[in-house]
Design a protein around this ligand. Structure first.
Ligand code: ADP
Ligand code: MG
Length: 403
């Protein structure tokens, strides 16, 4: 990557400097309580490095979708307290989102001190990439660190706008440790992958993944399709898909991909079907040309599991996004769990395996194999955009490496 990261910053220079950090602390909340603190934990390495260097750390993040309105239910207050516990270090919560209003409290920080501002999306200007708002945050510090990989595909005031504003006033904008890690693995697997290179794509959000599919197809040796994504291809082949989830708008694109993909594009040969995606429904295994009008395709079948498993076992590089079936229901989880295990085994044998997508990551956790994968990406949308070759404004806006 030709962008500067926090490792390029002189540690001695950091002492006493104020560093504005855009983190991704967008945790799921359940009745005001943090349901899963994974994103806070993933942000710790950058924050700890800055504290260790004696910098004054000003954290920014969005939480939920408050759409420019101050909503107490989406306050970052509880996140500040959780962060404090995890860091074992005081975190001052500043109940202001705008940099100008937060400035007096920020000036009170001591070396090694940490403050978290209120939800950036309480202000409409964040998602509108408002220049004044971005400049108000840039004015708080000497350096900007963007560690929010999850929002890197958006040009918001607290991401790309702030980076531009910091550089405009002569400061640098660099990638944090998490951002740098995400980019390293995703770019490595795309730039010069060891072969065979296998892509696995599934899940439900077909239209948003067709771009990834098209971009991956010419790069990989095999692209294994599962999940509801496969149904759209079955429809394009003229097969019966019953009551399965199919995105009609994507059928035409699927037809084109089938024509160009040749034997690189691999579809399931059998599936698990039922009347509905429930624990109580009676599940059957059928060939892909044996689906009845009343059937819903809910997982890949055993022959497909075996075929996909063999191809994964022979691969040296793997990118995986999207579950193979409705893995939330036990009787439709086998396909996804089998793929998770196959990818983990390939990684044990030295393959590079990168997984992206919130639900896919949850499935890998459930299979108990997440820790065996080379990298599990924290940014669903951003990792898809990167794999699809789309620009990432949050990254493009950072300072380039000095030669
Ligand atoms: P990710 O979050 O990993 O990017 P998606 O959000 O695209 O994945 O898709 C995950 C969802 O896809 C899961 O909730 C799963 O139940 C659903 N899914 C997978 N296969 C099917 C299918 N055949 N029919 C309907 N839903 C499916
Ligand atoms: Mg999802």
């Amino acid at each position: 990557m030709n962008k500067q990261t926090i490792s390029d910053v002189d540690v001695d220079w950091l002492r006493g400097r104020t560093v504005v950090v855009r983190a991704d602390l967008n945790v799921p909340l359940d009745d005001g309580r943090i349901a899963d603190d994974q994103r806070i934990r993933a942000s710790l390495p950058t924050i700890e490095a800055l504290i260790g260097a004696g910098a004054r750390v000003v954290l920014l993040s969005h939480l939920g979708r408050p759409k420019g309105v101050k909503d107490p239910a989406q306050s970052l207050g509880p996140v500040a307290r959780r962060l404090e516990e995890l860091l074992g270090h005081e975190v001052r919560f500043i109940p202001e989102s705008d940099g100008a209003q937060a400035a007096p409290a920020v000036r009170e920080l001591r070396d090694g001190g940490v403050a978290l501002l209120e939800n950036t999306r309480f202000l409409a200007g964040d998602t509108e990439n408002d220049e004044r708002l971005a400049a108000s945050w840039a004015a708080l510090g000497d350096l900007f660190v963007n560690d929010a990989f999850g929002t890197a595909h958006r040009a918001h005031a607290s991401t790309a706008g702030l980076a531009e504003a910091m550089r405009a006033k002569g400061g640098d904008a660099v990638a944090g440790q998490l951002m740098a890690l995400e980019l390293r693995f995703l770019e490595e697997v795309l730039r010069a992958p060891d072969r065979p290179f296998v892509g696995i794509i599934g899940g439900a959000k077909i239209s948003s993944k067709i771009g990834v599919l098209s971009a991956l197809l010419p790069r990989v040796d095999r692209l294994l399709v599962g999940g509801a994504m496969a149904n759209t291809f079955f429809r394009a082949l003229g097969l019966e898909t019953g009551t399965s989830l199919v995105e009609d708008d994507s059928v035409q694109v699927a037809r084109g991909l089938l024509e160009n993909g040749g034997e690189c594009l691999v579809l399931p040969v059998d599936c698990v079907v039922a009347a509905e995606p429930s624990e109580h429904a009676e599940a059957r295994v059928v060939g892909r040309d044996e689906v009845s009008p009343g059937d819903m395709i809910l997982d890949i079948g055993p022959k497909t599991r075996e075929r996909y498993g063999d191809m994964i076992a022979r691969s040296r590089s793997i990118v995986w996004n999207g579950p193979m079936g409705v893995f939330e229901v036990d009787q439709f989880a086998e396909g996804t769990l089998a793929i998770a295990k196959a990818v983990a085994e390939a990684c044990d044998q030295g393959a590079l395996g990168v997984l992206g997508g919130g639900d896919s990551a949850a499935a890998a956790e459930r299979a108990g194999v997440a820790h065996r994968l080379t990298h599990v990406s924290t940014g669903g949308g951003a990792s898809l955009e990167l794999l699809a070759g789309a620009p990432l404004p949050g990254v493009d806006s950072l300072s380039s490496r000095r030669s």
